[in-house]
Write a protein that binds this ligand. Structure first.
Ligand code: ATP
Ligand code: MG
Length: 258
């Protein structure tokens, strides 16, 4: 039995296909300005790679901020539920989940059975999210994939007082103009994100184990500095950016199995 999860995020659209609940294949495309079309394109691309057709899929669950427009999905479920299911499936001792995507950050607390007990979501602006890091990487002319590693090259952090993308960008521009070391600027930016996350985590309540999801989990600087700050190990899923889509595909399977 084949089930699919589609996570239409603000930056990327992710597809995961499961075969009897086991990971079969996945795909990822930038969401861009055409969310609904992109969701169809991402699914088609993922199916094509395995020589599959849409009619081969038994049930599709859509999630993410753009889920509402995925007309071919049988069901649309919130990101909170899907991330919780996905993270819990991979790490059954997870009690706290941090998801940092392109445009929002979420902290979710689970009970021992994996049910959502509480969550907090900041989706008002891109402060301290993946988009924030993308803008800073562009300003510093360092590839996004490298900024986390570079932020760990120094113990000295440049002062960054804001996680607002617009204010922090001005701070970065003046630091660069003063000749501040780029690694120090990046450490300062990463620490600003960690400080902000810490506030969110403490509002929800931190319990072990802690699992991180979303594209920003691919940034080793955010992970390492957060671990140091919280004095707690972070579980890193095999495919962190796909956890929401994976949870949606698992939910799809539960629906069919009923
Ligand atoms: N290779 C990488 N290294 C470091 N960071 C990365 C990498 N790839 C993506 N990212 C980060 O991940 C972010 C996108 O994450 P993700 O795909 O989870 O967002 P999204 O689900 O579209 O957004 P949202 O959940 O906020 O709607 C980018 O903004 C970027 O900062
Ligand atoms: Mg997301």
């Amino acid at each position: 039995m084949l089930t699919a999860g589609i996570d239409v995020g603000s930056r990327t659209t992710k597809v995961v296909i499961l075969d009897d609940g086991n990971y079969l294949t996945s795909g990822l495309l930038p969401t861009g300005a055409n969310g609904p079309e992109r969701a169809e394109e991402a699914l088609k691309m993922t199916l094509d790679e395995k020589g599959l057709l849409l009619t081969d899929i038994d049930y599709i669950v859509a999630t993410g901020y753009g889920r509402i427009n995925v007309s071919f999905a049988q069901e649309k479920i919130t990101e909170i539920t899907c991330h919780a299911l996905g993270a819990y499936a991979e790490f059954p001792n997870t009690r706290t989940i941090i998801d940092i995507g392109g445009q929002d950050s979420k902290v979710i607390r689970l009970d021992t059975a994996g049910r959502v007990e509480d969550f907090i979501m900041n989706d008002k602006c891109a402060a301290g999210t993946g988009r924030f890091l993308e803008v800073m990487a562009e300003n510093l002319e360092i590839p996004l994939k490298e900024i986390g590693r570079v932020s760990l090259q120094t113990a000295k952090a440049a002062p960054i007082s804001s996680t607002c993308t617009v204010f922090a960008e001005s701070e970065v521009i003046s630091l660069v103009a003063r000749g501040t070391d780029k690694a120090e600027i990046l450490r300062g930016l990463h620490l600003a994100i960690v400080k902000r996350l810490r506030g969110m985590i403490h509002r929800v309540g931190l319990e072990e184990e802690l699992t991180m999801t979303g594209g920003v989990c691919l940034n080793q600087g955010v992970r390492k500095l957060l671990e140091e700050n919280l004095k707690m190990k972070i579980n890193v899923p095999e495919r962190p950016q796909l956890v929401g889509a994976y949870g949606a595909a698992r939910l799809a399977r539960l629906k069919v199995a009923k």
